[in-house]
Design a protein around this ligand. Structure first.
Ligand code: ADP
Ligand code: MG
Length: 288
């Protein structure tokens, strides 16, 4: 992947022995892995394997009971989501989260506000009152910055083509489920992330929508964005990933190149054994 003489310098996430327990249940059990700059790593595994919990730990929504998470050489274990966002870690949620009353554009602008807020204590609120305060009190330089942000948000939205561009001023609650997922990804991109964590970005999408999402993710990868992906659709995983990490009952049961992992008996057993994923996925997992 890399031409850097010092491979350590190319590691973004370095996760060591991370464990998260909920009462009697160990959702993530001593997980270790690394993500290098520019890589796309997918996390797969049956429902309940601990994938979303792992993401919550990496994005600061939850804290591990044990283990160390380093990002770009810094120990960030237990950091808050906004501290991690300020370091360039952007994530989307399995059950898409958008602000229903805000427009598509304002939802996407929220991503930039996370970044701006960390740069200077500013005007994180959207809406008419904030707009008025801004107009009254902000110096022209800040207004110019905001205008530039709006342009940047529009540019990000245009990446989603006809799906979002005509809807930029619509409120998010009027959007289809798939479009809400797209808005969430647009907001994450607006952060200007160094790594993008996507939790089942194609959930609820049909085949052509999934193909569109794949095309976008391939484009982002070509642009050099590092991606950590949770995804059930194995075709997409196989096409996009440099490496695949397979979780089952909180543990890493396999890790490696997509083609190796798909042939791994432990992986086939985890998928067949649980019968949580779709029959098509199982067939694809088993087929070589
Ligand atoms: P996946 O995303 O792989 O489907 P999750 O990470 O959502 O799996 O869940 C892993 C396990 O942890 C599941 O058994 C789930 O019920 C449990 N779990 C997740 N979050 C919590 C929580 N906040 N409290 C208690 N149990 C949880
Ligand atoms: Mg999940």
């Amino acid at each position: 992947m890399s031409t850097n003489a010092n491979p350590e310098a190319d590691i973004l996430f370095d996760v060591r022995n991370v464990t998260r327990r909920f009462d009697g249940l160990t959702a993530v059990a001593g997980v270790s892995f690394q993500v290098a700059r520019g890589e796309c790593v997918s996390v797969i595994g049956p429902n309940g394997a601990g994938k979303s919990t792992l993401f919550n730990l990496l994005a600061g929504a939850d804290m591990p009971n044990e283990g160390v998470i380093r990002f770009d050489g810094e120990d960030v274990t237990g950091y808050a989501p906004e501290q991690l966002a300020a370091r360039g870690i952007a994530r989307t949620f399995q059950h898409g989260r958008v602000f229903g009353n805000l427009s598509v554009l304002d939802n996407v602008l929220m991503g930039a506000h996370v970044r701006l807020r960390s740069a200077r204590r500013g005007w994180p609120v959207a809406g008419a009152v904030a707009e008025l305060l801004r107009a009254l009190f902000q110096p022209p330089s800040v207004r110019r910055e905001e205008a530039a942000m709006r342009d940047a948000a529009r540019a990000v939205i245009e990446r989603f083509g006809e799906r979002l561009t005509p809807r930029v001023d619509q409120s998010a609650h009027s959007l289809s489920y798939a479009n809400r997922r797209r808005v969430e990804i647009a907001r994450a991109l607006m952060l200007g992330p160094r790594i993008l964590l996507l939790d089942e970005p194609t959930a609820g999408m049909n085949e052509s929508e999934t193909a569109e999402m794949l095309a976008l993710l391939l484009e982002l990868k070509r642009e050099g964005l590092t991606i950590l992906l949770i995804e059930h659709k194995l075709d997409l995983v196989m096409t996009l990933s440099d490496r695949v990490l397979v979780l089952d009952e909180g543990r890493v049961i396999a890790a490696g190149a997509p083609q190796e992992v798909r042939r791994d008996p432990a992986v086939i057993e985890a998928y067949l054994g649980h019968r949580h994923v779709g029959a098509d996925d199982i067939a694809r997992a088993v087929a070589v």
